[in-house]
Design a protein around this ligand. Sequence first.
Ligand SMILES: [Ca+2]
Length: 270
Amino acid sequence: MRAYKIMNTEVVKKTLYLFCLILIVFVAILTVNLVKIEEKASSTISITNSAIFNENFSEGTLNPKLWQITREGDFKESTIDVYDADPTENVDYRLRLRANTIGTRADTVKFHGVQSLYSVDFSEGKEISFDLDWNNQSNGCYLTASVYLCPTATNGNPREEKDWLKFEYVGVPPGRNARCVIAAKSEGKVKYLYTEGWPEQKSGRHIAYLRIRIIFDGENLKIIENGTERYSTQSHGLEFSSAYLYLQMSSHSNYPTREIYFDNVVVAAC
Ligand SMILES: [Ca+2]
């Protein structure tokens, strides 16, 4: 009887040891996995923080969940699509804005483009960057390629909205060159921040494929074109800190088909 009791106690002890061992192994496995999950979560967050928005149009079509088309004025042709701009078998999808204004009303300027359906909050440091291909215009007279940051949404012309910041290229006669314009509109009043010497200097310069970076850091605003600072202020004075992104083109009447491209639109924390 006594021997049976001792044996029984031994069995209980062994079972208890085994249980403790299993528990330790289980806790160890769980801890390792939790650390892994945490690492994965933090890397996901850091990716989200550094690139909030990244549009390279690689889907080959304009995503209606991200963009809506904007248009104002009469066109002979107005095409806004995602286009493979690479003439070889490689693929290079970009946003294409294409306009033909032959035979249209002489008293109107025609505007079209896209508006992001999500707004960018730049109350904390943000960089908005994009590629713009002026597409080697043989006659880019009064053609414009613009990016507007505007707190209000419209499927018309963002220029008519009450508040915005604009970065733009305007084709200058006889049409092979362009100049840069940076302007802000506040409560309906337009203020030119940078005009590249215009109206005294009217010749403009040759532009081609451009990478533009618009950097907000508190009240500081800096605009960089192909690595060179174009504009900088320590007090941008904008009365909005959240804006839709508009990629735009405009043309006067009686111009044959002209097209420009945007690509690699990135919004990132900085
Ligand atoms: Ca692309």
